[in-house]
Ligand binder design. Structure first.
Ligand code: ATP
Length: 235
């Protein structure tokens, strides 16, 4: 279980997170939805140690990880697929996947995981020697997820995986999120696509200007008038 309590982040004078609290129980898919600038990416980046928090706690199976180095956090089983994919454009699919396993040493296990990633994303296997920069947006997103899986995570955090992708590809990405979760990986998902995210999630949290406004099961939030008006474009 990943448990965030009173997490607070400032960027200079901007108070981006006002002491937020949320729980990500093992085995679940939890989603964080909210408007642009609400603080969703900041939440993921501070859990990952990429942004410095100025207060609060991130407890991972009972251990405090706030303030730990990103490498230590990855080794402890938490990984982030960042917004905008950030694959290495001049490296091949194979090389990008190998980098995802940088903290691991057992070659046989790494190769087995590479084959597993290829079974989830056959398209990556077909193109394994192709440079990542020449892949389509959807293929780059698959590679970013595949690269994260190469670290053998217990918790996979994803920042806007569906951003800028065609509807068919978005559907594929959400199917894969479900499948990865069924294989035992806990998921913390940040999404603008609130409908798809709430449909796949056990629990959702709604963020507004640096605070969590309310939360509920995915089903409850899909039926909630506040969510329907503000995030599902319904009247
Ligand atoms: P989006 O969906 O647009 O990415 P978000 O909910 O992920 O939005 P954040 O990116 O976490 O929101 O941003 C929260 C607030 O912090 C915003 O007001 C943003 O302008 C500010 N912010 C984010 N990163 C920085 C930074 N590096 N320096 C200064 N301010 C920042």
């Amino acid at each position: 279980m990943l448990s965030i309590k009173n997490l607070s982040v400032h960027y200079g004078g901007i108070h981006a997170l006002h002491g937020i609290s949320l729980d990500v129980p093992a085995g679940q898919i939890v989603t964080l939805i909210g408007a642009n600038g609400a603080g969703k990416s900041t939440t993921l980046n501070s859990i990952m140690g990429l942004v410095k928090a100025d207060g609060g706690s991130v407890s991972w199976n009972g251990q405090e990880i706030l303030g730990a180095k990103t490498k230590t956090i990855v080794e402890s089983g938490i990984v982030l697929v960042p917004e905008g994919r950030r694959v290495f454009p001049n490296l091949s699919i194979d090389e990008n996947l190998t980098l995802g396993a940088y903290a691991r040493h057992n070659k046989a296990e790494i190769e087995a995981d590479r084959e597993h990633v290829f079974s989830l994303f056959p398209r990556l296997k077909e193109r394994h020697k192709q440079k990542a920069g020449t892949l389509s947006g959807g293929e780059q997103q698959m590679l970013a997820v595949g690269r994260a899986l190469m670290s053998k995570p217990k918790v996979l955090m994803m920042d806007e995986p569906s951003l800028g992708l065609a509807p068919l590809i978005v559907g594929m990405i959400f199917d894969i999120i479900r499948k990865i979760n069924e294989e035992g990986v806990t998921v913390l998902l940040v999404e603008q696509n609130a409908k798809a995210a709430l449909e796949v999630a056990n629990t959702g949290y709604v963020m507004e200007t640096g605070s969590i406004s309310f939360s509920g099961s995915g089903k409850e939030l899909l039926a909630d008038d506040r969510v329907r008006k503000a995030y599902l474009g319904e009247m």
